[in-house]
Design a protein around this ligand. Structure first.
Ligand code: PXP
Length: 245
């Protein structure tokens, strides 16, 4: 069986932390648990508005991870400066809109090619693997190749929303095959769940999947019993103490 790399996106651990303005849950701790559980890498998206991952998280992740850090970012000067300082294993360039809830579509590498060409070159010169998060369209793949990016990540969001629409799956299958013809490494992600991941994992050219929201949501449900049992034990230990101090 071939091993498809799993990149775990820990953004939403930071979303929960930030909802309270305290230090927990810690995304670095989540990343280390993910690695211990078999993740092949960790993905984190530093957004312009810092709504989840913050600059200090990226620094801590780079310092403490034992597996590759895939730094997701928009192609802005601010993010380029941070990436060149941190030097993550990989940068995945994504489009970013302030008002979106999540990355809604792929990066338009055709419309943005003048800006992206030198941007990608700067990252590559620093030894950072660059991947472009694009919609599964042949012309976007062709431009990704022309821009010198070695990797594409195919946006699986439309497929995830309509898993029974064979047209959406076929677009991904065709694009993955085309990426191989172009010599591009093919990754995929967005909206993947335990239920819809199978057909994507069956695409032979896909070598890495990046998954976040479902995993963090599932972790809450799967982990809640143990968290409650641990709290029960802590309360009970307190209750049998002789005095509060
Ligand atoms: N890949 C990229 C480039 C993304 O922007 C995201 C979402 O942040 C993901 C993968 C993971 O998507 P999801 O959280 O829906 O699994």
């Amino acid at each position: 069986m071939r091993h498809i790399r799993l990149g775990v996106n820990i953004d939403h651990v930071a979303t929960v932390r930030n909802a309270r303005g305290v230090a927990y849950p810690d995304p670095v701790r989540a990343a280390l648990i993910a690695i211990a559980a078999g993740a092949d890498g960790i993905t984190a998206h530093l957004r312009e508005d810092r709504r989840h991952i913050r600059d200090a998280d990226i620094v801590a992740l780079k310092a403490r991870l034992t597996k590759p850090l895939n730094f997701e970012m928009a192609a802005t000067d601010e993010m380029l400066k941070i990436a060149l300082e941190i030097k993550p294993h990989a940068v995945c360039l994504v489009p970013e809109k302030r008002t979106e809830i999540t990355t809604e579509g792929g990066l338009d590498v055709i419309g943005g090619h003048n800006h992206l060409r030198p941007f990608i070159a700067r990252l590559r010169e620093a030894g950072i693997r660059v991947s472009l998060f694009i919609d599964p369209e042949q012309k976007q793949l062709d431009m990704a190749r022309a821009l010198g990016a070695p990797v594409v990540e195919l946006h699986t969001g439309a497929y995830a929303e309509h898993p029974d629409d064979l047209g959406q799956l076929q677009r991904l299958i065709t694009s993955a095959a085309h990426s191989k013809v172009l010599g591009l490494e093919c990754h995929a992600g967005h909206g993947l769940t335990k239920t819809n991941v199978g057909p994507i994992a069956a695409i032979p050219e896909v070598i890495e999947l990046n998954i976040g929201h479902f995993l963090i949501g599932e972790a809450i449900l799967v982990g809640l019993s143990k968290a409650i049992a641990d709290m029960r034990a802590a309360i009970d230990r307190g209750a049998v103490s002789l005095s509060p101090v």
